[in-house]
Design a protein around this ligand. Structure first.
Ligand SMILES: Cc1cc2nc3c(=O)[nH]c(=O)nc-3n(C[C@H](O)[C@H](O)[C@H](O)COP(=O)(O)OP(=O)(O)OC[C@H]3O[C@@H](n4cnc5c(N)ncnc54)[C@H](O)[C@@H]3O)c2cc1C
Length: 458
């Protein structure tokens, strides 16, 4: 089978890429290995993620499904603050806005069905091997279908939207994959009823807001309404904290979660769990050279920093939209002679994600300074960043991000062809991905999860 564009993974990144391609008259094939609806974490959206859904014409459907409307994010900790959801108008003036939080099983199914309804061809199956020309150009993938049969799908461009499965990185098609700075964090989460929602100064409209609570460095919790009754509560701590307690995930979550912050304890005194506690360890990584001849990795398929400020969906949806003009150029034969036909896109995306990383890092390194910046000095810049406006075309890096870099004593050098976005690396293994040695690979996710567990057991 042949196609112009093969999309591996029908999560939000894959189905958004398909819908943006279809708008341009390109009919892609999406290969998704799971039967939807399926559970997924990642429920709170930024303002720009909401705006992108409206651009796709999905605003009315989001409203019809009555997803909780998010007007802002409120943070409770040693310093507490609120950031409203915002948009920029045609004069680049900040305006208040709103977005949604979603139950992902439902939202992801909507996105995939919509891609199919608009003309994408859906194939159930798992991409197991990339097809490659002699010079390494990716030419599609071999798919294993649910009945066990194999099929080669040849494509001019392959978009890896496989999420944390990082299909092309695991197949060593990309550059190396590095452990990220939030290495050895572990997230526990569950859906509950009966939690007390935000009723900040905004009253009723605050009920759909995302709340974040923190206790001390790297110990925090989220509170995200996913419908009129159910709230997603997550707890994130260093893995060592969990193992030291010698409890099951369920026991640990239930007992530790309320200790994160008295305000969280007050809001969860009378909750009913409507599903089991889920766990995700070691989610922080960065893949180098995630674009190349015939391929682009989108969203979690190449980088995930940390979920604290809900940037995941925003990044994957926006990367999908930004990728489309580059894909169209490639299909028209442009840039094919280049070693990396998507180099410009790769650099653009990495710079944006670096801005996010610097922001998250400064929050943990200097929470008081961060709160002061939110309240006073960089309020507008941080309202932008929380809305997901982190790319060069959005006046980034802003003075706020540049100040964060100074405070973090971090330089970002984008001039060298390969030294852009040098992975910061794990705080547990700084020697493995140090700033000055960008080519020290640490292996695949499976390898490092195995390694991390072995160390914990030891
Ligand atoms: C603990 C935690 C909390 C989070 N909270 C938030 C949040 O509040 N807000 C937010 O915006 N983000 C959050 N995120 C991030 C968010 O979940 C992801 O960024 C987002 O889901 C990425 O979308 P994606 O389309 O790139 O990948 P995914 O949503 O993971 O989709 C990938 C799809 O590819 C399919 N696939 C994988 N391999 C193959 C293969 N070989 N062949 C065929 N199909 C394949 C999978 O089945 C899957 O359906 C959180 C992440 C974590 C870890």
């Amino acid at each position: 089978m042949k196609t112009d564009v093969l999309i591996i993974g029908g999560g939000p990144g894959g189905s958004a890429a398909a819908q943006f391609l279809l708008k341009e008259g390109v009919q892609p094939i999406i290969v998704e290995q799971e039967e939807f609806p399926r559970f997924h974490i990642g429920e709170s959206m930024t303002g720009e993620a909401g705006a992108l859904l409206r651009r796709l014409g999905l605003g009315q459907e989001m409203e019809r499904r009555a997803y909780p409307v998010k007007h802002g994010v409120r943070v409770f900790g040693s310093s507490s603050w609120y950031i409203p959801v915002s948009r920029r108008d045609e004069n680049w003036e900040l305006q208040l806005g709103s977005t949604w939080s979603v139950r992902r099983s439902d939202f992801d199914a909507l996105m995939l069905q919509e891609a199919e309804r608009r003309g994408a061809r859906m194939i159930r199956g798992s991409a197991i091997k990339p097809l490659q020309a002699e010079d390494g150009t990716v030419r599609g993938a071999t798919i294993r279908k649910p009945d066990g049969t194999l099929e080669d799908i040849e494509a001019e461009v392959t978009l890896d939207c496989s999420g944390m499965a990082t299909f092309l990185a695991n197949q060593r098609v990309t550059g190396p994959k590095y452990v990220g700075s939030y290495d050895k964090q572990i997230a526990f989460f569950a859906h509950v009823k009966g939690a007390i929602r935000d009723a900040g100064n905004e009253g009723e409209t605050a009920k759909g807001n995302t709340l974040i609570f923190y206790k001390k460095k790297y110990h925090w919790a989220w509170f995200i309404p996913v419908d009129s009754e159910v709230v997603s509560i997550g707890l994130v701590v260093p893995t060592a904290e969990f193992t030291a307690h010698k409890q099951s995930s369920d026991e640990f979550f239930r007992s530790y979660m309320p200790t994160i912050n008295p305000e969280l304890a007050r809001r969860t005194t009378d909750i009913e769990y409507v599903e089991a506690v889920h766990v995700i360890p070691n989610y922080s990584f960065q893949v180098r050279r995630f674009c190349g001849k015939g391929f682009i990795c989108i969203g979690d398929a190449h980088r995930f920093i940390d979920p604290i400020f809900s940037f995941g969906l925003s990044a994957t949806l926006r990367e999908a939209e930004f990728a489309v003009p580059y894909v169209l150029d490639y299909l028209q034969g442009k840039n094919r002679e280049k070693e990396n036909p998507f180099d410009e896109y790769q650099r653009f995306i990495e710079k944006g994600t670096d801005n996010l990383e610097d922001m998250v890092d400064l929050f943990w390194e200097q929470p008081f300074a961060f709160a002061t910046f939110v309240h006073q000095r960089y309020r507008g810049e941080l309202i932008d960043a929380f809305a997901g406006r982190v790319y060069e075309c959005e006046r980034q890096p802003s003075p706020a991000i540049l100040t964060f870099r100074k405070l973090l004593k971090r330089e970002r050098d984008y001039d060298h062809p390969d030294d852009y976005s040098v992975p910061i690396g794990s705080r547990y293994h700084p020697e493995r991905a140090p700033l000055w040695e960008p080519n020290s690979p640490v292996g695949t996710t499976e390898e490092w999860i195995k390694e991390a567990s072995a160390e914990e057991v030891a």
